[in-house]
Each structure stands twice: as C-alpha cells, then as structure tokens.
Design a protein around this ligand. Structure first.
Ligand code: GAF
Length: 392
C-alpha cells in the first residue's frame, strides 16, 4: 500500500502532500560521529514516505503500514509524552515515537504564542528501507515526517536543522543514544556522492564516488540479525569512548591523534583503550578515503574498508560472526573492499564489487552462510541517491 492510500484509509480524504527521505549506507567512519569525528555515508535509493495533511484541531495522528493501530495525541501533550530528562522508554509504540518525537522537537523550536496556534496533522507512513538492517530506517522516518511537518507548518527550516531535530527525537523520544551521522546522510544525500561530514562543526562536503563509471556496485549483505541502538552494546561503547576522552583530558576523541595512543594505553584498561584506538584510527581512515577517492578513484579504497572492518571486529568488538563471514567471503571472491556498516551487533555489511561479480559474490555469500548454519542473508545493491523530496 502507498503512503497516500494509507492516508486515505486513515482519514477518508487525500493527503495535502507526500514527502520522502532515504535510508543510508555508511561507506566508512563508524562510531566516530558521537566522538565529534568524521564520517562518509551516502543516502540510498530505499526511502520512507510520509503522506500528510492538516487537521482542524490541535491533534496529531500517525499511522504506519508496519502497525495495526494509529496513535493519536494532542500536540500540547507531546511535552508530557517525551520529558527531556534523558533516555526514556516511550509511552507510545517505538515506531510512533519517531514521527511524534520529530513533531515534539519541531514544535518546541517555534515561539510559544505561535505554538499554541499550530494546526493538528495526520501522517501516514510507509517504507521500503529494511528495518533492523543497519540502513537507518529510523533516520528515513525522521526525515520524511520532518520534511512533511516543515512544509505543512510553514517552518522554513533548513536540512541541517531538520537533521538535528531528527537526532534529538531519536535520542530523547526514542531513547537511543546515537550520533548525527544518519540524519545528516538522509537529509543531505546526493546522487552518486557521499556526504563527508565533520560531526563537530556539521560542515559537509559532497564527495563524488564514481562507482558507476568505475563499473563498481555496492552490494549490501543484510545478515537478518536485528540490532537496536537503544539497548546494550552501543551505549557501552559510547561510555568507553567518553571515559577515554575524559582520561586524556580532551572534550572528545576527535581531539586525540595516533601519536597520543601510547599515553592512552597507559591510562586506560584494555577494553577502553581498544575503543579509543578504533575511533582515532577510523577518523584517519575517513580522511584517507576522501583523499584516495579524489586522487586514485574508488577502486583504491578497498584496503581502507577492510582495515575499518578489522578495527570494528578486533578493537571495537561490534562485529558478529555473520558479518565477518559476509566480509571474508566477499573479499575471497573478488570484492574490492568490504566492511560491516552502521552501529554493529547485527545489520549489514557492504561490499564494493565489480558489476560482473555481484552474482558470483552473492552466490558465494549465501553458500557460506548456509555452511555456517546462519539464516539466509538478504542481498541487494544500493545506489548513492538524493536526500528528501516532495513526491506529490
Ligand atoms: C548508528 C547510529 F545511529 C549513528 O549515529 C552512528 O553512531 C552509527 O551507528 C555508528 O557509526 O547508525
């Protein structure tokens, strides 16, 4: 069902418009965003759609093709729903906390007098971004609903402000302590390019990837192992990074260089030290990837991708056996480079492969998964794509 059709089922009338925003794959730069570092993600062709229209009252209702029931609250109840006291378990189903959280954040950005006059809104959401695959279905839902609200409420907000709103919703309404990479990738994506983002200043540069010209494809290997960043490992890794920065006396690990690592080894326990080493070396790998892409083209970045995966597997310890099998098998069958992408503990790997090798690599990965007794992976190619747009 399309988002517009879902909207009609919900309200009995046509939406005022349909907005969409993409998921993302991260080429390189993992767990560097909340350390004020560098990332190089790109938006993908899979998108989330938000069909929306104004109401005559002050209520907001959200519906999703993933859920049976719509969720409806008064706009002025959003503050009570999402107290700003830190990570909360949302009082609404998690999927609804994304669009309602974005509405809460955007509403809070406008002066109190205007806030009281805001009309209500209905939003119907559909998506073809795989959920739990590490391709940021959450940033896509935030971007699509934020774009709809921005226009319907005539807010005139720029993409970076909308990305920040999405991140705040994710941190405070959903309770996932994530960085800003995914929202920036979704909001600022460009066809055939990656978003080089300095997560401290939020300055971005569009980096041409040239995959198609080089005859390369990005093959996603979705392990089917679902991860959630609101729980467990992601939070623990973040805490290790914060302890590392505190011990070294810097605001964030962005301020640590490779030359500081011997001192870090003296000050930190082994687990925290290896987390620090991952982030510091990963920041450098992002910068190196940007330089290599410009100087030697996409075929030359393979070693950096492989080194990134090894660092996440051995130092940051966020890979799993399925991801390692995906990466090792893709490389053994001719991939230019491969690495897990996203937060880890499940989700997907990406492999940069020649067009002609997509099929043989896919066959080999499926066979390796079967032999290891893993669930069948989901394989598909992704294309660097544009950010949000109005569809109708
Ligand atoms: C997830 C988070 F949402 C991002 O902010 C980022 O930290 C990523 O994991 C790891 O690089 O996608």
């Amino acid at each position: 069902m399309t988002a517009a059709a879902l909207f009609r089922t919900l309200t009995g009338s046509d939406p005022a418009g349909v907005w969409s925003a993409p998921g993302r794959a991260n080429l390189i730069g993992e767990h560097t965003d909340y350390n004020d570092g560098f990332v190089l993600p790109f938006a993908i062709q899979h998108r989330t759609f938000a069909a929306a229209g104004l109401r005559t009252d002050g209520r907001i209702r959200v519906a999703s093709s993933f859920a049976n029931d719509a969720v409806e609250v008064a706009l002025d109840e959003l503050e009570a729903l999402f107290p700003t006291t830190g990570s909360q378990v949302p009082a609404v189903p998690e999927w609804a906390a994304y669009p309602l959280g974005v509405a809460w954040v955007l509403r809070a950005l406008i002066p109190a007098a205007a806030r009281a006059a805001l009309p209500g809104v209905d939003i119907a959401i559909t998506s073809d971004v795989p959920v739990g695959a590490g391709l940021s279905s959450s940033a896509a839902i935030e971007g699509a609903s934020g774009s709809a609200l921005n226009e319907l409420w005539s807010l005139g907000l720029d993409p970076v402000t909308l990305a920040r709103a999405g991140r705040r919703a994710e941190n405070e309404a959903v309770g996932a302590p994530t960085g800003i990479m995914d929202q920036m990738a979704s909001m600022l994506g460009r066809a055939d390019a990656a978003v080089f983002l300095d997560c401290r200043t939020l300055e971005t540069r569009s980096i041409p990837l040239g995959f198609a010209e080089a005859g390369l494809e990005v093959l996603v290997i979705d392990t089917g192992v679902e991860h959630a960043h609101s729980t467990g490992g992601y939070r623990e890794r973040r805490a290790s990074c914060e302890r590392g920065a505190a011990a070294l006396g810097v605001p964030a690990l962005r301020d640590v260089t490779v030359a500081d690592l011997p001192r870090a080894a003296e000050l930190l326990d082994d687990v925290d030290f290896r987390c620090v080493r991952h982030v510091v070396t990963e920041d450098q790998r992002v910068l190196d990837t940007v330089a290599v892409l410009a100087e030697r083209g996409p075929r030359a970045i393979g070693e950096l991708l492989v080194a990134s995966h090894a660092s996440m597997r051995d130092d940051f310890e966020i890979s799993i056996a399925e991801l390692d099998t995906a990466v090792d098998t893709a490389l053994a069958h001719g991939a230019v480079g491969a690495r897990m992408t996203g937060g880890g503990f499940g989700g997907s790997a990406i492999a940069l492969v020649d067009h002609a090798l997509v099929e043989p690599v896919s066959v080999a990965v499926r066979a390796a998964f079967a032999q290891a007794g893993f669930a069948e992976p989901h394989l598909f190619t992704v294309t660097p794509s544009d950010g949000p747009r109005r569809e109708a």
